[in-house]
Design a binder for this molecule. Structure first.
Ligand code: PLP
Length: 355
């Protein structure tokens, strides 16, 4: 088996894959695969609602929130959020990387008023800037974890405006203070299962904002009213999402996972920090992500050599994003500490040999 450090789609817990394999052809003795079941059948209905109930339970989500399963990836949310929440005032953005910039682009395209309240573009997005949102925006917007640069908010900025969070690369990796958040979305393909399904957690009072001039499929209200069954949902992706939620529960829940994630990340950052500058993390210390660890080698000619050695040792997905280069180890929920230790060992040996 390979150790998969890919940024997404990424590692899925082996227990989930094994369970899916076991019941692939015959789901719970029904004689058919879950993929073949109608999305209106009781067989599928149970899976769909179990996934919703488990998300609510794991996140201790208050009743004022709805959980939606949508398509179009997190990128579709860059447009759906403004289409549904903009009220003619202003949108406030914190620009912490490519994914926030893409969200800003969509607001611009729609011709909506927006302000970029804070940005770390000046230093290749290597830190989370201080964000001071006003209290009277139509909504305020952040990207909680910046997958490419390996930066992450330690706390979300406080604002009385509705706060929208793109949590695509750190959903279900720590508990969320729902007092402070009004809409959180994520593509599932990093911490919640396979691609093809986007989770949107939205405060119910925001559902009323979307006007009927927004196309039906792009209106949150449409999906909320139909329990995300307005049209055919990606049933197999939701099935795998449900198995992943069961796996999180079996690990002791999100708080336990968060603690585990912290020990994984500190092991890896320690290896980088103790390399006498041979490895240089991209993110500033106080902004470091627990999910994506981006780093360079002082001598970048050695990077491809290191990548080759990693592949030989069974480690894949370590090449950094083209916009920052270097290497990136994505250590999402599914990554075991043994995988991180193996990587640290490789890094230490390589630094000893070539440093
Ligand atoms: C933080 C973040 N937002 C949005 C996206 C885009 O997701 P999708 O490919 O599901 O549209 C990604 C993809 O990696 C991401 O990391």
């Amino acid at each position: 088996m390979r150790i998969n450090f890919g940024a997404g789609p990424s590692m899925i817990p082996p227990e989930v894959l094994k369970e899916a394999h076991k019941e692939f052809i015959d789901f719970e003795g029904s004689g058919i695969s879950i993929m073949e079941a109608s999305h209106r059948s009781t067989l599928y209905d149970k899976v769909h609602n179990e996934a919703i109930d488990l998300i609510r339970e794991l996140y201790a989500l208050p009743n004022e929130f709805d959980i939606l399963f949508l398509q179009g990836g997190a990128s579709m949310q860059f447009a759906m959020v403004p289409l549904n929440l903009y009220e003619g005032g202003a949108i406030e953005f914190a620009d912490t990387g490519v994914w926030s910039a893409k969200a800003i682009e969509e607001a611009k395209l729609l011709g909506y008023n927006f302000k970029i309240v804070a940005s770390s573009k000046d230093e290749t997005y290597s830190y989370i800037p201080e964000v001071n949102f006003s209290n009277d925006a139509d909504y305020a917007y952040i990207t909680s974890n910046n997958t490419i640069y390996g930066t992450q908010y330690k706390n979300f900025p406080k604002t009385k405006s509705p706060l929208v969070v793109d949590a695509s690369s750190d959903i279900f990796s720590y508990m969320v203070d729902w007092e402070n958040v009004d809409l959180l979305f994520a593509g599932a393909q990093k911490n919640a299962g396979p691609s093809g399904i986007t989770i949107v957690i939205i405060r119910k009072n925001l559902l009323e904002r979307s006007s009927n001039s927004v196309p039906t499929m792009l209106r949150y209200k449409t999906h909320a009213k139909a329990n995300s069954l307005y049209n055919t949902p990606p049933t197999f992706s939701i099935y795998l999402l449900n198995l992943t939620m069961k796996w999180i529960k079996s690990q002791g829940g999100i708080k336990k996972i968060e603690k585990y994630n912290k020990s994984k990340a500190s092991l890896l950052y320690e290896a980088l920090d103790n390399s006498n500058g041979f490895y240089v993390p991209h993110a500033k210390k106080e902004s470091r992500s627990l999910m994506n660890v981006s780093f360079k080698l002082q001598d970048n000619e050695l990077e491809s050599e290191l990548l080759k050695e990693a592949t030989k040792a069974g480690m894949i997905g370590l090449k950094g994003h083209r916009s920052v280069g270097g290497l990136r180890a994505s250590i999402y929920n599914a990554m075991r500490i043994e995988g991180v230790s193996a990587l640290c060992e490789l890094l230490n040996e390589f630094a000893k040999k070539r440093g």
